[in-house]
Design a protein around this ligand. Structure first.
Ligand SMILES: *Cc1c(COP(=O)(O)O)cnc(C)c1O
Length: 440
């Protein structure tokens, strides 16, 4: 273990748990009322800018992805009430979920079946737009459906997009970049599943495999991209654009809640639980929600015990200056979307004044939760997604938060949202394998 970390283990119980690879639930003591107004690293107008950009692209997306016909080119997922799952959690895990439990089904987002269809696709579109505007081939006022024309395929074909990925980010970046006509290279870590590599190759994406972990794949990808002036690197560790793509989810969720007359205010708190890898997706969604709901939304990240990098980064305040290997933890988890050893360089700092806490979960429980959701709701999601229930199954810790936040007595009116971050594209044989995991 890195020798300067012992002090954190001795003084912060959640760090001690993390180090011992025990499940834990850390409450963020740096959260402040109105914390979103203190964030200086980004500005909220950027969210509107991202939303508007996605709207400009809608006619193009509708044209090239038939599955987006129905929504007019907007990539959005269903919000579904899951009462059966609430009963399952209360019965089998002693959860004490009062109020409503809902599933935000990014697991079923069109195009790439994971939350990365928000940030990843957004960043590729933005890069494509930047190039086309600069070349004088496009104006913001044009109908972006023109981007499907051969002259644009030819134009983008002279450019390369590269990314390092454990799987899902590569899927979103790969599919979207290839559709626009880019040459695209996805650098995949050892955790990445074979079927994802196969699928990408079938879409014309170049996949390079590494025996090492995620950070190594990113490093190699960045290096290769830097050597090529026509190449653009999607940098999961630092990208503001990815983050902003995710943050658009806030306004979209607001519209969905309003449509169902679900109130979010002082008397009706909203609790949101989002699985965390490097932090971009849960951080962006949290940032977007906080701008809208302020102190009435309570956001939690969830991580596997073997890859709890954001817990280590935020609870120590060391952020990206610490990784799980520094604590002698291997980073190996079946939740491949969360198999990240070092947190983002900026997300932890951005969410420091607004994040409620971080819960961690053991891999074997992910499978049990997966079966629970399938049995009770007939919804399949992948192991990473199932981490979204990690906080709800620790009722004592959640109660500690509820009391601290002065919400006791209001929880009957609360809405809980588990953010299902992936699953729809998992092939049938893999689903079977997952569903049999840990059953004797
Ligand atoms: C990427 C991913 C996450 C987390 O996103 P980060 O930006 O890495 O924190 C969660 N779930 C799934 C399924 C993912 O693919």
């Amino acid at each position: 273990m890195r020798n300067d970390l012992q002090n954190y283990i001795d003084t912060i119980p959640a760090i001690k748990d993390g180090y011992q690879m025990k499940e834990t639930f850390w409450l963020n003591d740096k959260i402040v009322a109105g914390g979103e107004r203190t964030i200086r690293l980004l500005s909220p107008e950027k969210i509107d800018d991202a939303r508007d950009r996605l709207e400009r692209f809608a006619p193009y997306l509708k044209k090239v992805f038939p599955e987006l016909k129905e929504t007019g080119g907007i990539i959005e997922s269903e919000l579904r009430e899951i009462e059966g799952m609430r009963d399952f959690l209360n019965r089998n895990y002693g959860a004490e979920v009062e109020g409503r439990l809902m599933l935000k089904m990014d697991s079923h987002l069109p195009i790439s079946g994971s939350v990365k269809a928000r940030g990843g696709i957004y960043e590729v579109l933005k890069h494509g737009e930047d190039l086309a505007l600069k070349a004088g081939l496009l104006k913001e006022t044009d109908d972006y459906a023109v981007l499907a024309e051969p002259r644009f395929l030819e134009f983008f074909g002279r450019h390369t997009v590269q990314v390092g990925s454990t799987g899902n980010l590569g899927m979103s970046i790969g599919i979207m970049s290839a559709k626009l006509g880019f040459h695209v290279i996805v650098h995949m870590s050892a955790d990445a599943k074979q079927w994802k590599k196969d699928l990408l190759r079938s879409r014309g994406v170049e996949v390079i495999e590494y025996a090492d972990d995620y950070c190594a794949a990113v490093e190699q990808g960045r290096k290769r991209s830097d050597e090529d002036p026509m190449s653009y690197f999607v940098d999961d560790e630092n990208s503001r654009d990815l983050f902003l793509g995710y943050s658009v989810a806030g306004g979209r969720l607001k519209a969905q809640l309003e449509e169902r007359n679900i109130a979010v205010d002082r008397e009706h708190p909203l609790f949101v639980y989002i699985p965390c890898g490097i932090g971009g997706a849960p951080g962006g969604v949290t940032y977007g929600l906080k701008q809208i709901y302020g102190d009435n939304v309570h956001c939690f990240f969830t991580e596997p015990v073997h890859a709890c990098c954001m817990l280590f980064g935020m609870a120590t305040g060391l952020h990206d200056q610490v990784c799980v290997k520094d604590f002698d933890i291997d980073g190996r988890t079946d939740a491949d979307g969360l198999a990240v050893g070092r947190p983002s360089a900026f997300v932890g700092k951005v969410v420091e004044p607004v994040l409620s806490g971080i819960a961690t979960i053991e891999d074997r429980k992910l499978y049990d939760l997966m079966r629970g959701l399938l049995d009770s709701e007939d919804i399949f999601i992948e192991p990473s997604s199932c981490a979204s229930f990690a906080a709800l199954i620790r009722p004592k810790d959640l109660k500690r938060y509820i009391e601290k936040a002065g919400l006791s007595g209001k929880m009957k009116n609360a809405t809980h949202i588990a953010w299902a971050t992936g699953g729809n594209m998992v092939p049938e044989e893999m689903r079977k394998e997952y569903l049999n995991k840990g059953l004797s």
